[in-house]
Write a protein that binds this ligand. Structure first.
Ligand SMILES: [Zn+2]
Length: 148
């Protein structure tokens, strides 16, 4: 099937350009590196590697901790907008406001979970080339080579 996202490497030498290309793909839950679809096991879980380009989405242990920061930050920003909206833009009762706030604060991070992981990778792409995620660039495998 002809896709609006032909698979292409995200290989600009300009970090901000890598970020922009990656983000455009991440918004559609596609691989930031090549644009491949189907990179999630389920709503929350990224596959270990992209089925399209083989990039490893978690190049080191604990890598995705940063995605929690992204998720938390976005939820906080949304929360602030929500407060302003409720206070200045609506006549919601206190109870209705509280219910809406709980739904937002619980629901939004769950909704955002997979996006936050991809956004985190995109932020990383400002500073690092996609080589970091290259399957041949596995530090464990490299150290095995040194022992051999
Ligand atoms: Zn890919």
């Amino acid at each position: 099937m002809e896709s609006a996202f032909p698979r292409q490497p995200n290989s600009s030498t300009n970090g901000l350009q890598r970020f922009a290309v990656g983000l455009g793909r991440a918004l559609f839950r596609r691989c930031p590196f090549c644009g491949e679809n189907h990179i999630f096991e389920n709503w929350f879980t990224l596959k270990k590697q992209c089925p399209g380009c083989g990039s490893r989405f978690e190049p080191e242990d604990g890598y995705m901790l940063g995605s929690y920061v992204v998720n938390l930050g976005l939820t906080a920003v949304l929360g602030v907008f929500f407060v302003f909206y409720v206070v200045f833009g609506t006549d919601l009762s206190v109870v209705a406001t509280q219910i809406a706030a709980v739904v937002l604060v619980v629901g939004f991070p769950l909704f955002l979970y997979g996006y936050a992981q991809l956004f985190w990778i995109c932020i990383d792409l400002i500073f690092n080339s996609t080589k970091k995620f290259d399957p041949d660039n596995d530090p464990l495998r490299v150290s095995e080579h040194h022992h051999a």
